[in-house]
Design a protein around this ligand. Structure first.
Ligand code: GLN
Length: 482
C-alpha cells in the first residue's frame, strides 16, 4: 500500500507490527511534502527536527517494549497560527515572518506526547482572516482538485495538504468556518469543536470568543482519533471547559438513531443547485438509515454574518494590538520616534485584509458607536443562541450544507470583501453559538469539485456528531472508495 493513502490508524498499526519504522514514514512524507510544495505552496516551514525527534522516540519506545502513543508515526500538518517551540510560527503574516516561539501550544504538547510526526506548518489566510487562503503573505494555495480554484480558508494549507496526501492529518483553527469550509472545498473531513472543548493556549488569537482548534482528516475515524488527542481540559486556558470527555472512538460504534433537523432558512435562496441536491440526497440516505428527519427554523440566520463580522473584527482589533514592533516580530527601522515606529511597523507588517478588519473592529468599539454596533451584535448573538436552544429542544442534530457553493475561482472574490464574507453564511451561526459542527464530503459538482455537508450538534456532543458522520460516510463512501 502507498504510504499516502494510508489512514492514521493503519500507519500506527504497521509501525507497531514492524512493517516499517517511524523514520521511514517521517523521511518519506517530508521528502514528498518538499517536492510537492513548489506546486501546492501549502507548507510555510518544514518540521524536520520535530519529525526526527518523534521518530527517534518511537523507536526507543518500541525497542523498550513500551506501547507508542496514539498517533505514533502519523504525519500531521499544523496551521501556522499554532505556536511551535523553536519552529517558526508566522500566522502567514509579514509581521511574524521571523518569529520563533519559545514554547509550545497545549495541542502541540498533546501531539508530541502521542508521538505524532510534525511535517510542517501550514499556509493560511493571514491571522485566520479570510475564506480563500488568498490573504497570505506567503502566497496563494491552489485547490487540490483544480488549481484554478481556491482551497477555501482560512485553514486552506491544512486542507490542501491532507487532500493531496502530504499527511493524513492536520490541525486547523475555526473562528467562523475556517476548518469546515476548506474541508468542504477540498473534499475532506473537518471538525470545529464546541467552544471550550480544546485548549486555545498557544493559538494566536483572532476572535477569542469564537476561536477553536479543530482536527482535519480524510476520514471521520481519523478525525475522531485526532480529536480524542487534543480534546482535554487545560488550566492554562481560562475558557477551557472542565467536563468528562467520552471516548470518541467508541462513539463511532453502532448506529445510533437521531432526530435530525433541517433548517429551512439554509435550503433556500442563494444556494447552488448542485450543492442543494447533494445535501438532499445525503439527507435521504440518513432517513434510510432510520433517523427521523424534521424541518426546523433558525429564523435569525440572515443576521448571523453581520453579527459575526462585527464581533470577530472587534475582538481582532484588540487582539492584534500586541503586534506593535516592540515585543516580537517585524519592526520598521525607518523611524524617528516611538509613535512613528508603531505606525510604520503596523502599516508595513499587516496585509490589506487584516488592516481592513482592525479598522472595522476599532470603529465598532469606539465611543459613540459601541452601542450601535458591538453591543447590538452581542444581542443578536444571544438571539441566535436562543434559536439553536429552541431547535435542540426538538432535535438531536442539525444537517445543513457547509457552504452555499463549491470552491470559487482564484481571484473571483478577492476584490469583493463583502461577497467573500457572505460565503460564510452556513458556518458562522454555529460559531456564534459556540456549538460543535463537522463538515464531511457528500458529493461533487459537474466540475468535479467537492461538496460538503455540515452536521451541527448540541454543546459538547461531538460524540453524536461523529456517530452520524461515520455512518453517513460509510454510505456516501466518498473518501473510502478513492
Ligand atoms: N472566513 C471567516 C473570516 O474571515 C472565518 C475565518 C476563520 O474561521 N478563521 O472571518
Amino acid at each position: 500500500m502507498e504510504f499516502e493513502s494510508m489512514s492514521a490508524a493503519q500507519i500506527r498499526a504497521s509501525i507497531i507490527k514492524g512493517e516499517f519504522t517511524a523514520s521511514d514514514i517521517a523521511e518519506y512524507f517530508l521528502k514528498q511534502a518538499k517536492a510537492e510544495n513548489s506546486r501546492l505552496n501549502c507548507i510555510i516551514s518544514f518540521g524536520d527536527s520535530y519529525a526526527a525527534r518523534a521518530a527517534e522516540n518511537i523507536s526507543q519506545k518500541i525497542a523498550a517494549g513500551l506501547a507508542p502513543g496514539k498517533l505514533a508515526g502519523v504525519p500531521i500538518v499544523i496551521k501556522d497560527n499554532l505556536i511551535t517551540k523553536d519552529l517558526r510560527t508566522t500566522c502567514a503574516s509579514h509581521i511574524l515572518e521571523d518569529f520563533i516561539p519559545p514554547y509550545n501550544a497545549t495541542v502541540i504538547e498533546s501531539l508530541l506526547k502521542q508521538d505524532a510526526i510534525i511535517i510542517g506548518k501550514a499556509n493560511m489566510d493571514e491571522f485566520g482572516m479570510g475564506s480563500s487562503n488568498e490573504h497570505s503573505y506567503f502566497g496563494r494555495v491552489p485547490n487540490p482538485i483544480d488549481p484554478e480554484y481556491v482551497p477555501g480558508g482560512s485553514s486552506g494549507g491544512s486542507a490542501c495538504a491532507v487532500a493531496s496526501g502530504l499527511a493524513p492529518l492536520a490541525l486547523g483553527s475555526d473562528t467562523g468556518g475556517s476548518v469546515r469550509q476548506p474541508a468542504s472545498f477540498c473534499g475532506i473531513v473537518g471538525l470545529k469543536p464546541s467552544y471550550g472543548a480544546v485548549s486555545r493556549y498557544g493559538l494566536v488569537a483572532f476572535g477569542s470568543s469564537f476561536d477553536q482548534i479543530g482536527p482535519m482528516a480524510r476520514t471521520v475515524e481519523d478525525c475522531a482519533i485526532l480529536f480524542s488527542v487534543i480534546c482535554k481540559h487545560d488550566p492554562r486556558d481560562s475558557t477551557s471547559a472542565n467536563y468528562v470527555r467520552p471516548d470518541y472512538l467508541e462513539a463511532l460504534k453502532g448506529r445510533k438513531k437521531f432526530s435530525i433537523g433541517i433548517p429551512r432558512e439554509y435550503m433556500a435562496e442563494g444556494i447552488d443547485g448542485e450543492v442543494l441536491k447533494a445535501v438532499q440526497d445525503a439527507i435521504e440516505k440518513a432517513e434510510g438509515q432510520g433517523h427521523e428527519i424534521t424541518e426546523i427554523s433558525l429564523p435569525h440566520t440572515k443576521q448571523s454574518i453581520a453579527a459575526y463580522y462585527t464581533i470577530a473584527n472587534s475582538e481582532a482589533s484588540s487582539n492584534l494590538s500586541r503586534f506593535d514592533g516592540v515585543r516580537y516580530g517585524y519592526r520598521s527601522t525607518a523611524i524617528d520616534d516611538l509613535a512613528e515606529m508603531y505606525i510604520r511597523t503596523r502599516s508595513a507588517g499587516f496585509g490589506a485584509e487584516v488592516k481592513r478588519r482592525i479598522m472595522l473592529g476599532t470603529y465598532s468599539l469606539s465611543t459613540g458607536y459601541y452601542d450601535e454596533y458591538y453591543l447590538k451584535a452581542a444581542k443578536v448573538r444571544e438571539i441566535i443562541r436562543d434559536d439553536f436552544d429552541k431547535a435542540f429542544n426538538e432535535v438531536d442534530l442539525i444537517i445543513t450544507p457547509t457552504s452555499p457553493t463549491t470552491a470559487f475561482k482564484l481571484g473571483e472574490k478577492i476584490d469583493n470583501p463583502l461577497g467573500m464574507y457572505l460565503s460564510d453564511i452556513y458556518t458562522v451561526s454555529a460559531s456564534l453559538a459556540g456549538l460543535p459542527a463537522i463538515s464531511i464530503p457528500c458529493g461533487k459538482d459537474n466540475k468535479g469539485l467537492p461538496i460538503g455537508l455540515q452536521i451541527i450538534g448540541k454543546m459538547f456532543r461531538e460524540d453524536e456528531i461523529l456517530n452520524l458522520a461515520y455512518n453517513l460516510e460509510r454510505e456516501i463512501g466518498y473518501n473510502l472508495k478513492q
